[in-house]
Ligand binder design. Structure first.
Ligand code: 2P0
Length: 323
């Protein structure tokens, strides 16, 4: 009996960058995102004897990925023990497939842990609400908790395991056009980059303060269905995140020259009356938000900079089958 779940990546409009608690993955500030409608991860979890095993995209995962999966399953097992379930000691066979191109940098750890949390909770016999599944997914990877939510999500930072969770927020319909750029840049993981930022960036407290304010502004802009304001907040906030990261020592630079060219092109689009705004995560790829009716025009404007994909708001993580 395998439990199978599907989840999609999410892209933040208000970014998560920095932890108040590294073990529980409690962030220093809340964030807000759109769940995508493509590049799903499908994960099956089947209880088994012997060690936990993890197969990713058809091959046995490396030791680091397997260790992270086992650590996550330990959290699930501890919840099963608290609930008095006889699955609490069981190991699991985990098989996961990403539909997105592996090199696309489209938050596969978010869809991965959202799908794993959903499938593993079911396999171990836990009956969790979406809120509690988001809290569980957070233990695997912070951004994964937002992929539990349909369309648009807010992560309430909270101050404890209980109070740090995701829930839906209503926002005007929009599209995201991702530009996957070609670069040889060596990537510092988000996890390591966040620690370096906390330890060495002199702007860290300002970043925390501005993110708290920005999330409140974003929630108000969503309530007002003000796409222009949402876009302006998104682009400014992305640059503030890269600014605090750039100020680490030694410096971390996630954006590449071609990323800046895409930002320039988005400014030019606006000058031409095509309303679009850009953001970027811990890597050189740029994601452009626009109205769905403008997505084809935006995609054409950036086609020469890299591989272009267009997304609409998608579903939160869900069980698809119990074989
Ligand atoms: C975000 N990022 O809000 C931000 C923007 C990257 C830049 O969430 O350590 O992989 O597993 O909690 O979730 C990436 O962070 O980090 C991320 P962990 P995660 O989407």
């Amino acid at each position: 009996m395998a439990s199978i779940a599907r989840a999609h990546p999410n892209i933040a409009l208000v970014k998560y960058w920095g932890k108040a608690n590294d073990e529980l993955i409690i962030p220093v500030a809340g964030s807000m995102s759109m769940t995508l409608d493509q590049f799903a991860t499908t994960t099956s979890v089947e209880l088994a004897t012997g060690n936990d095993t993890f197969e990713l995209n058809g091959t046995t995962a490396d030791a680091k990925a397997t260790g992270r999966t086992t650590a996550f399953l330990d959290v699930v097992r501890s919840l099963a023990a608290e609930a008095g379930l006889d699955t609490a000691e069981a190991h699991a066979k985990v098989v996961s497939t990403n539909e997105g191109p592996t090199a696309a940098g489209m938050a596969s750890s978010a869809s991965g842990f959202a799908a794993l949390a959903t499938a593993a909770a079911h396999a171990y016999g836990l009956d969790l609400s979406v809120k509690d599944l988001s809290r569980l997914a957070r233990r695997g990877s912070g951004s994964a908790l937002r992929s539990l939510i349909d369309r648009f999500a807010v992560w309430h930072a909270g101050t404890s395991d209980e109070t740090s969770y995701a829930e839906a927020i209503s926002a005007p319909d929009m599209a995201m056009v991702s530009v996957t750029v070609n670069t040889q840049a060596k990537k510092v993981s988000s996890r390591d980059g966040m620690v370096a930022t906390r330890e060495t960036s002199p702007f860290y407290q300002a970043w925390i303060d501005t993110t708290v304010t920005t999330l409140n502004e974003m929630i108000a802009a969503c309530a007002a269905e003000d796409f222009t304001r949402i876009g302006q907040i998104t682009e400014t906030h992305a640059h503030r995140m890269h600014a605090v990261i750039n100020a680490t020592h030694p410096p971390i630079r996630y954006l590449a020259p071609v990323s800046w060219q895409v930002f320039e092109e988005v400014t030019a689009m606006r000058d031409d009356g095509l309303e679009a705004y850009a953001t970027a995560d811990a890597g050189p790829n740029v994601v452009i938000i626009c109205r769905p009716t403008d997505a084809d025009a935006v995609a054409q404007r950036v086609a020469t900079f890299g591989q272009v994909n267009t997304f609409l708001p998608g579903p939160g993580a869900h069980l698809v089958d119990v074989a």
